[in-house]
Write a protein that binds this ligand. Structure first.
Ligand code: ACK
Length: 219
């Protein structure tokens, strides 16, 4: 085999350091605990398939963690995904590969399918964000580049991690429409909004900064 032959990863992304992973998991856990105690959440527990009579809601059991915490930039599928080769050849991807980045987590969300962190990308970080990531997921609608950026914290039973980014785009669509009467609750982590259909978004009053390394996941 030639060493010049490209080896494509399953996906590219920013991988959180060990310490940042623990911190992020703790932040997520705190939200789940807050929600589990909240009367407004209990009223809508049916969205999660729970019985209205249930008094104790254990969200930590509802969501399953999925490996190392990361923010996917490009799902490359070992080179088979559309645009995988073009992505590998981007100057920024080559230049920043194995570099350290600080990512900003601006919010946390849960839906009946996924739990995730919303990531606010800087202009430099957007250089390695695929041009078509949002379009690929939303078909027609124009959403700002980077809207889909997230860290999957957990998935409900039988749900694939790809769903987290799609759920985040759904939140952003609803925020854009803006005419709904959402329930808002102030918590010690920030403003918590209910969008209906089991979709809860916490806007962190203080963004969480996490340390990451940009790279590929190969196994
Ligand atoms: O949580 P995620 O962002 O969602 O991280 C995992 C990672 O790649 C490995 O599975 C994401 N992923 C899977 N399929 C796709 C896809 N078709 N488009 C974008 N991201 C994907 C998944």
């Amino acid at each position: 085999g030639s060493l010049e032959e490209a080896v494509y990863p399953l996906f590219y992304g920013w991988f959180l350091t060990h310490k940042s992973q623990s911190h992020t998991k703790e932040t997520g856990k705190k939200l789940l605990e807050t929600l589990g105690e909240l009367d407004e959440f209990k009223e809508h527990w049916g969205d999660f398939g729970g019985a209205a009579s249930e008094t104790r809601i254990n969200l930590e059991e509802y969501f399953d963690g999925k490996g190392i915490l990361h923010c996917t930039t490009k799902f490359s599928d070992y080179g088979k995904a559309t645009g995988a080769q073009e992505y590998a050849e981007l100057e920024a991807v080559k230049e920043f590969f194995s570099s350290a980045f600080h990512l900003q987590i601006s919010g946390l969300f849960i839906t009946p399918r996924t739990a995730g962190a919303r990531v606010r990308l800087s202009d430099k970080q957007l250089e390695v964000w695929p041009a078509d990531s949002e379009k690929e997921a939303t078909l027609s609608e124009e959403l700002p580049r980077g809207s889909r950026a997230h860290i999957t914290l957990g998935c409900a039973k039988d749900v694939e991690a790809v769903q987290t980014g799609l759920d985040l785009l759904e939140f952003i669509r609803m925020e854009k429409e803006g005419d709904q009467d959402w329930a808002v609750k102030d918590t010690d982590q920030g403003k918590l909004r209910y969008f209906g259909k089991g979709m809860w978004m916490l806007e962190l009053s203080e963004e969480v900064t996490v340390k990451t390394i940009f790279g590929g996941f190969y196994p």
